[in-house]
Design a protein around this ligand. Structure first.
Ligand code: C2E
Ligand code: CA
Ligand code: CA
Length: 405
């Protein structure tokens, strides 16, 4: 039982805890009703529900050291039983060993879940307005995620996963210099599933490692066929996307190298596309892996460049050949001075560091023209061509006339 001196009372309308405060205790509502309110980054308030007798509030304080994620007000006069952090720890220490272990496992998972909820909000201002809702949603999402990962595994075995290839065009010559391989999943029941949905799911489940190996093998074989059917022997490159899970998998470089060797394309025709975020997550490991890739002759491209929160000084630290300017900056170049300046700076940076620059998501002729004038090397986007299946790509290559501006 909780000792009587830990009882607290609050009058209707009184604030019990405030968002952003450092919490020391959780409370069990003995009597009364409370309302949970979240203050959003724009200053507005959102009620996320009420709680009554027998429920617990502010429990995160005894789980984590993070500030309170919501404000709680008494709707009617309340009596609450306080459980301090120390009280909770003491009770846990004294508990039956099985109960203790189970609680600790659940708490660790709960903390992980909270951390993930925070990470997914990293671009919004702290405090994350929807944290509470996200945590509850996470439990149902977890089931959906496991289901989707299982479906993906089956699809991979049944050849329901494909690659599409999007041309990357040289601004000076107007010719196709290579492609990016992009995964496509056409599920017999769910239909087309976007990579933006399934890639994070297979990353979380670890299935990405299998999928990336498959994609690399498929892309290499496809490149060989495209070259032989369009008469471009060893002139084109193929970019393949990799994730941080791939990077930390065992024998990553060796596996990549073996797959490339089996397909008889030159390693320098294959470019690994990785994000800035991956580099910053594990800089030392990434550097070591990338140096080995470079030694093996592979190209290294940084994807979605400009969206990470890193400083530019780190670029020297990694053996990078190509920077791909994120689509959001290209899209806003005309509307927004900041984006234009960023694009200019990245192009200048590329020149200084002797890296090639690819503009991603070029959709308009005017964008293409401007980028070319700014000295950008390569372009990728719907203005030139959408991602397409191998046979359509071969036809596109045959029909391709160098692009005029
Ligand atoms: P990403 O690597 O940045 O790939 C470029 C995305 O932009 C592709 O979306 C492409 O279809 C789209 N795109 C290209 N040009 C334009 C344009 O002009 N306008 C617009 N609006 N979009 C354009 P997609 O194929 O849906 O892929 C989304 C993301 O999923 C990729 O972004 C990548 O992060 C991931 N992904 C796709 N395939 C793979 C894969 O095989 N492995 C891994 N690890 N990730 C992949
Ligand atoms: Ca990419
Ligand atoms: Ca990209």
């Amino acid at each position: 039982m909780v000792s009587p001196e830990t009882k607290k009372t609050f009058k209707a309308g009184e604030v019990i805890m405030s968002q952003g405060d450092q919490g020391e205790s959780a409370y069990i509502i003995e009597d009364g009703t409370v309302e949970i309110i979240i203050e959003k980054s724009d200053g507005s308030e959102q009620s996320v529900g009420t709680r009554g007798p027998g429920t617990m509030i502010g429990e995160m304080a005894i789980v984590d050291n993070a500030p309170r994620t919501a404000t709680v007000k008494a709707v009617r006069d309340c009596t609450l039983l306080e459980i301090t952090k120390e009280d909770f720890s003491r009770r846990l220490e004294a508990a039956d060993p099985v109960l203790r272990m189970t609680t600790q496992v659940i708490l660790t998972r709960y903390r992980d879940m909270l951390t993930r909820a925070d990470i997914s909000n990293i671009n919004n201002n702290w405090p994350p307005a929807e944290t509470l809702e996200l945590v509850y949603a996470d439990e149902t999402d977890a089931v959906e995620t496991i289901k989707m990962a299982n479906e993906f595994k089956t699809s991979l075995e049944k050849n329901e996963i494909n690659l599409h290839y999007q041309p990357i065009v040289n601004f000076q010559s107007g010719k196709i210099s290579g492609f990016e391989a992009l995964m496509r999943w056409e599920h017999p029941v769910m239909g087309f599933v976007s990579p933006d949905i399934f890639i994070p799911v297979i990353e979380d489940s670890g299935l990405i490692v299998e999928a990336s190996k498959w994609a690399l093998r498929e892309a290499c074989n496809s490149l060989k066929r495209i070259e032989s059917q369009t008469g471009h022997d060893r002139e084109l490159h193929m970019s393949v996307n990799f994730s941080s899970t791939d990077f930390s998998s065992e024998n990553f470089v060796e596996t990549v190298y073996n797959i490339i060797s089996e397909s008889d394309v030159s390693p320098n025709q294959i470019h690994l596309e990785i994000t800035e975020r991956l580099l910053m997550q594990q800089p030392d490991n990434a550097r070591e892996t990338l140096l080995m890739c470079q030694k093996a002759g592979l190209g290294i491209s940084i994807d979605d460049f400009g969206t990470g929160y890193s400083s530019l000084s780190y670029l020297h630290y990694f053996p990078i050949d190509t920077l791909k300017i994120d689509r959001s900056f290209i899209m806003n170049m005309h509307k927004d001075e900041g984006s234009m300046e960023l694009v200019k700076s990245i192009i200048a940076l590329g020149k200084n560091l002797k890296m090639a620059i690819v503009a991603e998501g070029v959709e308009e002729k005017e964008e293409a023209k401007l980028l070319r004038e700014l000295g950008c090397d390569l372009a990728q986007g719907y203005f030139y061509a959408k991602p397409m299946a191998e046979k359509d790509l071969i036809q596109t290559m045959r029909d391709w006339e160098t692009v005029e501006f």
